[in-house]
Design a protein around this ligand. Structure first.
Ligand code: ATP
Length: 730
């Protein structure tokens, strides 16, 4: 990889776009003071991500942007084009273009191959490609001295870049930050977990109790569902049967009621019978006939008496006496007849008619006897008598017939009366049966009402007894045997007792438990994740430590070796060493080879032990240099030229080991005399076989070894202009 082109626009004195093309080998940039040579070097530094304004000799970021007398630009940009030859950078790109742009408002933009990227991406990429900022890739004026006089931290930084461990250190630093953050997070998570744990244990116990309680409640609910379901089912069954019975009984009662009504109507019909009316008529007729006959008989008697009286004008006293006798008898008959008539009117029993009939027959006999007596007197009857007697005869027959009819009616009446009595008995029986049925219906209805009450009571009992009122809607419709019912009852009792034994638990505890569990699980998994992260970060750290240690020691030793070599070349002899040393430790004689090796060995071991960055600040790298023939031990006692040569020896050592794609040297040769310039040029030439050099110099000896020379000029416009001067190599 090598720098193919640099494009600068607007950066400091580069008020015009300047494109500097390079080839591999050595290029020199020359020009008088103040034309912008150092600006060019700074442009490279800036493009590589330089953040220190001081390093690029500016007070504010705006100072970077070109501001001339005639014009003022609004932005500055620098692009470095690197040819990815031999895939130096392990990437598929043929070319790596690193760029930076700044606007007057201070806004910075970074680019890699045309894509906008972050500053870190630039740092990472250039560090990977071996031309990091703080390294030897861009070595400015004064930097040569500053390596020697830098603070221990700066020097360590310098060597970190030089030994190639910077990228690992950055990763390690990142890992350590992450590790500390993870450890802090872990500590906080552990504290939080410790806070949550007692509550979690309490809630777990509570939730177990709650689960147990819920299980018992569920069992209880099940048993109650069975038990009360059976009870309800039994009542409902009884009720259904009873209802059926009531319906049946009602039907029977109705039937009986109909029967009763029918009988009633029948009896009413009997009682409204017209037969007694007929009887009364006949009786009246009969009475009238008897009355009539009495009168006829009286008439007959009168007629006969008259007849006898007429014929008896000549009769004896005897005869008169007999007549008197007849007269008396007739009077008796009359009285008897009147009595019978009266009785006839009051008749109640059929037997009485017969008796009256018998008495009438007796009267008739008596009357016939009297007739015979009178007929003995041989009285010839009058025609009127004959008519009357005819009437009597007719009347007698009528009376006889009436008597028969009356007797018949009375008999019928009797039969009817008997029937009525029989029917009355029957109706009584029906009435009794109806009453009985009605009573039984009423009893059933009462039973039904009682059942209803029982059902209500059961409902109330369930409501009282069961904690979950939903049970009413899910009661099991199954009849249990008494034994099963008893068993369920006992189970309910037992379960209730068990429930009483468990303290009441707030049902909201479940939600709190859930939340707490979530937090607990979250913290546990966080702790788990953090532990994993810490483990893996520690592994990464350990691996990086290993790499850092290995690469540092290896490269440090190599640099040390090369430093000594280049020192000897530049000074034509002498001795120089790099030593890792702990602050405050007794100094060993560094230039005594054996002791020195021992010191290096010990120091390195300690320096690279797994201590934190801060602790490592107690460690530093010492540079010992002794030019030939001198007894100088410390750098401070070296002359300016000697210091420059020592620094260059170190820079060359690093360049040799690191083999960067390009190196920009900004007047590092300023302090060299002619001879040292030649030695310097010789070394550059050697190194240039592998490294591209861009050298800003005023030194002709150096210019002579250049493959290409660019001249920079500045006209009245104060803008840096480019003049390419291809030099013919001698
Ligand atoms: P020397 O050889 O003495 O070191 P040089 O060639 O390195 O000189 P520089 O230091 O690179 O010179 O350039 C300094 C010049 O750049 C000065 O003339 C200065 O005015 C000019 N300059 C610096 N910043 C700006 C800027 N923002 N706009 C315009 N010109 C600037």
């Amino acid at each position: 990889m090598y720098l193919e082109k640099i494009e600068i626009f607007g950066f400091k004195s580069f008020g015009q776009r300047v494109k500097l093309k390079f080839t591999k080998g050595i290029a020199c940039l020359i020009g008088p003071n103040g034309v912008g040579k150092s600006n060019f070097v700074e442009a490279i530094r800036w493009a590589l991500g330089e953040q220190s304004l001081k390093t690029i000799r500016s007070r504010k970021s705006e100072d970077i942007i070109f501001s001339g007398r005639q014009k003022r630009l609004n932005f500055a940009e620098v692009f470095l084009y690197l040819k990815n030859e031999n895939s130096h950078l392990q990437s598929s790109f043929q070319e790596l273009v690193v760029g930076r742009k700044i606007f007057r408002n201070g806004e910075n933009e970074y680019f890699i191959n045309g894509e906008k990227v972050r500053l870190q991406d630039i740092i990472f990429t250039v560090s990977k490609a071996n031309f990091g900022l703080k390294s030897y890739s861009v070595i400015g004026q004064g930097m040569v001295d500053s390596i020697l006089y830098s603070s221990p931290l700066e020097r360590r930084e310098f060597f970190a870049e030089a030994t190639g461990i910077k990228k690992y250190q950055l990763k390690r630093k990142e890992a350590v930050i992450k590790l500390k953050k993870s450890q802090e997070n872990l500590r906080q998570a552990l504290v939080a977990l410790k806070e949550v744990e007692p509550r979690m244990h309490f809630l777990t116990r509570q939730i177990r109790k709650l689960a147990k309680r819920q299980k018992i409640e569920k069992d209880l609910f099940e048993q109650q569902r069975k038990y009360y379901g059976s009870k309800k089912f039994r009542l409902e069954k009884e009720e259904a049967e009873l209802k059926k019975e009531v319906v049946k009984k009602k039907e029977e009662v109705n039937k009986k009621l109909q029967e009763l009504k029918a009988f009633q109507e029948k009896i009413n019909f009997f009682s409204s019978d017209q037969s007694s009316l007929k009887f009364n008529q006949l009786q009246k007729e009969y009475q009238a006939s008897l009355e009539k006959r009495k009168k006829i008989m009286e008439t007959i008697s009168v007629l006969k008496t008259e007849m006898i009286f007429k014929s008896s004008k000549n009769e004896t006293l005897e005869a008169q006496r007999k007549l008197k006798e007849i007269e008396l008898t007739l009077e008796d008959i009359l009285i008897e007849q009147e009595n019978l008539m009266t009785r006839l009117g009051q008749i109640k029993k059929i037997e009485e008619i017969k008796e009256i009939q018998q008495n009438f027959l007796k009267i008739i006999e008596k009357t016939k006897l009297l007739l015979n007596i009178l007929q003995e007197k041989k009285c010839s009857p009058s025609p009127q008598l004959k008519i009357v007697e005819e009437d009597l005869k007719f009347l007698e027959e009528k009376i006889k017939k009436l008597e028969i009819d009356l007797a018949q009616i009375l008999k019928e009446e009797e039969d009817k009366r008997k029937e009525v009595i029989r029917q009355q008995k029957e109706i009584q029986r029906i009435q009794d049966s109806f009453t009985q049925l009605n009573l039984s219906l009423k009893e059933k209805e009462i039973e039904l009402a009682k059942l209803e009450t029982k059902k209500e009571d059961l409902k109330e009992e369930i409501k009282r007894d069961c904690f979950d009122q939903q049970i009413l809607t899910v009661l099991e419709n199954k009849l249990l045997s008494p034994a099963e019912e008893e068993e369920a009852f006992l189970k309910i009792k037992k379960l209730k007792h068990q429930l009483e034994m468990i303290e009441a638990i707030d049902p909201n505890i479940a939600q709190e438990y859930e939340e707490c569990l979530q937090r607990y699980n979250f913290l546990s998994s966080q702790i788990n994740d953090l532990n994993k992260a810490i483990n893996s970060l520690e592994k990464i750290k350990k691996t990086l430590d290993g790499k850092i240690k290995q690469e540092f020691l290896s490269n440090f030793n190599k640099i040390n070796h090369e430093f000594e070599k280049y020192f000897k070349i530049l000074f034509k002899g002498g001795l120089a060493k790099l030593v890792l040393r702990e602050k405050g430790k007794k100094e060993n004689e560094p230039l005594n080879k054996d002791q020195n090796n021992l010191a290096i060995q010990e120091s390195q071991e300690e320096f690279l032990s797994e201590k934190d960055e801060e602790e490592k600040e107690d460690w530093f790298i010492e540079i010992f240099a002794r030019p030939p023939g001198k007894k100088i031990k410390t750098l401070e006692t070296l002359s300016g030229g000697e210091r420059a040569l020592t620094s260059l020896a170190l820079i060359f050592a690093i360049l040799k080991i690191k083999n960067p794609p390009f190196v920009v040297l900004d007047e590092v040769d300023a302090a060299l005399d002619e001879i040292n310039s030649l030695r310097f040029a010789e070394i550059i030439k050697n190194l240039a076989k592998k490294i591209q050099f861009i050298i800003i110099t005023h030194n002709n000896t150096i210019m002579e070894i250049a493959d290409f020379v660019y001249g920079l000029t500045m006209k009245a416009d104060n803008i840096t202009h480019l003049v390419s001067l291809k030099l013919e190599k001698v």
